[in-house]
Design a protein around this ligand. Structure first.
Ligand SMILES: Nc1ncnc2c1ncn2[C@@H]1O[C@H](COP(=O)(O)OP(=O)(O)OP(=O)(O)O)[C@@H](O)[C@H]1O
Length: 710
């Protein structure tokens, strides 16, 4: 048979298996729906039963509905193909590998979940160590239709005469395909060095380093899916958190886990780690460096202990005809005394009341000594402690503090200067105060870590009973919900801790951001993804210190380095490598780009006043020449202007993105505007430029009015 006919015949064989799988999927879906309906019927029946029966029926309902919803969620996940691989062994039956494990009515395996040990050979077998795999086949589907098959022979001597072998290079085909708006999963083509990281043990700290495009993000996400599959009991309860550098990035990766049927992972950008925050704005680099530095801890500690701006400066109370008075100095002394006990302010209000009452009683004793009436100390404390005017004073003098309010107070130059005495320089204080004078919720990404630090320093307000009721209510509503998304988030509101934390682009986390994450992972295991060469943090030693502290006493620390760049063409990566060579990167740190396209990056040197038209025409050409996405990357400050220039070209495929937000993203073609500006806007400029230069898979055009960046 000719090659195309063999291929067609093989596609037909795989199509019949895929059809069988989807028929079975339909049966499983209707079984799950029946189970959910039955669960609800039990729930309704429970209303007529006695309390004891009611409780057990409701429990049964919850179990059934929850289980059915989870099954439906994974069956309904969106993916390119449920079945994507097949292993033929020397003697045993072929094994099909897919995103889910599915058995037929007789419990025979139709598809093996890619994370199951039985599927490991799909990723691990090599010609040197074939693990009894004669032929490994990648099956490419679109929905339910098989489009192509692609084989790898691992034991040539064992291939039977009737076993055809077709195609070559599933990986290269996948890498050459046009990119969409969202990142795709790589389950069908995970490489051996990547598989080793994905399946590494879950405990301790697993660190993944490697240059741009080596699949670090893809691997970390597949690892999250793998860990939840293998260790759901250990990790499922408190959940898995994936932290990325920006909202643009978390949106870009948002489809990867659901496409593997995994919906129990929280994705948050650094500006969203604190509940309720959605910060996207960046501070200028020198200011971000101050806000991220560990020195801010001392400043904030002083700030939360300072006298609130509107606190009264005198306490005057009349008791049994006697005037008892505490002046500003005495009140300051009282405040210091309360803080010296070390409790967080919001948990020290009782102590504050006791301290003031004690001082008022001292006053009464002083008055008695100088001829005033003799008053019982215990009576003074008891009676004043019940007085409404005393409590009014207390509320104003020792108010409940909120993180945003405390941080805004530091917008006052004098107040900040007092809190930052001997810690920050005058040059640092002025811009910091100015940046904190904003309004409402307009915080920057760096502010979020400060707000989180303050949250912990001030402690939660004492409203335990009410909070407990709120949590109860929330859990109740969650249980009664039909919406699978609500069932998934059945985790108490404001519950900080996770059992596994994945940190992407970790090289850029400031020490204060590490502290913020450390609080959420006190008992967690970690997967840390990063590339030191792409770091934009100016003080790596301090960040390293904070990072080690965040991990706590975790003893197991394993490190993997990925060395193949799957994203950039060799032509694009050569240029990027030249930009960092000898400036923060050894040649040994740089990955190896394996795919060539024959298209060299284009550098357009233009006069500043021709910049706009050059960007316009370059973008148009790039849109015409690639099928997928085009990214326009420029300095953060220039984004609004470039967006205006391109407003007419409102293609979905086109995105304008600032240098710092381009971290982790990928486009088929990139137009890079004024590279020198990327270097000057950041404290580690050349690295930021390196990030921008390594975003394109196929084509890169650089529009520059100077040559300094080279
Ligand atoms: N085994 C693979 N099969 C197919 N595609 C892959 C594979 N490994 C990586 N890729 C693709 O290579 C590209 C780069 O991957 P990814 O974004 O995970 O790299 P990265 O190391 O995180 O890059 P950066 O540090 O630059 O953000 C993605 O499009 C990813 O899907």
């Amino acid at each position: 048979m000719s090659e195309p006919r063999v291929r067609r015949a093989e596609i037909a064989i795989e199509q019949s298996h895929v059809d069988r799988v989807y028929r079975r999927l339909g049966e499983l879906r209707s079984q799950a729906e029946d189970m959910r309906t039955k669960g609800y019927e039990i729930g309704h029946g429970a209303q007529r039963e006695a309390v004891f029966e009611q409780a057990s029926m409701l429990f049964e309902r919850d179990m059934m509905v929850n289980h059915a919803n989870q099954t439906l969620q994974s069956l309904d996940a969106e993916y390119e193909g449920l079945v994507f691989g097949r292993l033929d062994h020397t003697s045993t039956e072929p094994v099909y590998v897919g995103r889910l494990g599915i058995r037929d009515a007789d419990f025979e395996n139709l598809v093996t979940d890619w994370r199951a040990p039985a599927a490991a050979a799909f990723y691990q077998a090599t010609a040197e160590a074939p693990m009894d795999v004669v032929r490994r086949r990648v099956i490419r589907c679109s929905g339910q239709q098989v489009l192509d098959v692609d084989d790898d022979v691992l034991m040539p001597e064992s291939v039977p005469d009737d076993m055809p072998v077709v195609g070559e290079g599933a990986l290269m085909a996948a890498l050459g395909r046009a990119r969409g708006e969202k990142m795709r999963d790589i389950v069908a083509t995970i490489q051996k060095e990547q598989d080793e990281v994905i399946r590494a043990p879950w405990r301790g700290v697993t660190e993944i380093t490697g240059g741009p495009g080596t699949g670090k993000t893809a691997v970390a996400l597949h690892r999250a899916a793998y860990l939840l599959y293998r260790y759901r009991r250990q990790l499922g309860g408190a959940g898995v958190l994936v932290v990325g550098p920006s909202g643009v990035f978390t949106s870009y990766i948002s489809r990867v886990l659901p496409s593997m049927g995994e919906t129990n992972v929280e994705l948050r950008a650094l500006g969203e780690v604190l509940d309720g925050m959605e910060a996207t704005r960046h501070d200028p680099a020198p200011l971000a460096a101050v806000k991220g530095s560990l020195r801010m801890r001392k400043v904030l500690l002083k700030a939360v202990r300072a006298t609130p701006p509107d606190a009264p400066t005198e306490l005057r109370i009349v008791y049994k005809g006697e005037v008892l008075k505490l002046g500003a100095k005495e009140l300051d002394k009282a405040r210091k005394k309360v803080h010296s006990a070390g409790g967080p302010p919001n948990r020290s209000r009782v102590r504050a009341a006791e301290t003031l009452l004690g001082m008022l009683a001292d006053k009464a004793e002083e008055n008695a000594a100088s001829g005033g009436p003799q008053l019982e100390r215990a009576d003074v404390i008891h009676d004043l402690g019940e007085r409404i005017d005393f409590h009014r004073f207390l509320v104003a003098w020792w108010p409940v503090l909120y993180p945003a309010q405390v941080l805004r107070w530091l917008g006052d130059d004098d107040r900040l200067a007092r809190a930052a005495k001997n810690v920050l320089t005058a040059d640092e204080i002025a811009p910091l105060a100015e940046s904190l004078r904003g309004e409402g919720d307009d915080w920057t990404v760096a502010d979020v870590a400060l707000l989180d630090e303050i949250r912990v320093l001030i402690g939660p307000p004492k409203r335990r009973k009410q909070r407990a009721q709120e949590i109860e209510l929330d859990a109740e509503q969650t249980r009664d919900s039909d919406d699978p998304a609500r069932l998934r988030t059945a985790r108490p509101a404001h519950y900080d801790e996770y059992s596994h934390i994945v940190v992407d682009e970790s090289q850029d986390l400031s020490p204060m951001q590490w502290r913020m994450l450390g609080r959420r992972g006190a008992h967690a295991s970690w997967t840390i993804v990063g590339d030191p060469v792409q770091s934009s943090w100016p003080d790596p030693v301090e960040a390293e210190q904070a990072r080690t502290q965040a991990f706590g006493a975790k003893t197991k620390h394993r490190r993997y380095t990925l060395r193949t760049n799957y994203r950039n063409s060799a032509e694009i990566f050569d240029l990027a490598a030249r930009v960092v060579a000898g400036r923060g990167a050894d040649d040994g740190d740089l990955p190896n780009a394996v795919r060539t396209t024959g298209l060299e990056p284009e550098i357009r040197t233009v006069d500043a006043h021709d910049r706009e038209s050059a960007v316009h025409s370059s973008v148009k050409e790039l849109l015409d020449s690639v099928d997928g996405t085009v990214g326009v990357i420029c300095a953060m400050e220039r984004v609004p202007e470039v967006e205006r220039w391109l407003a007419g070209q409102s293609e979905d495929r086109l995105k304008v993105v600032g240098s710092l937000d381009s971290k982790g993203l990928e486009y088929d073609a990139v137009a890079l505007v004024e590279p020198t500006e990327l270097i000057t806007e950041s404290l580690t400029g050349r690295r930021v430029l390196y990030v921008a230069l390594t975003r394109a898979t196929q084509q890169l055009t650089i529009i520059a009015s100077d040559d300094d960046w080279r």
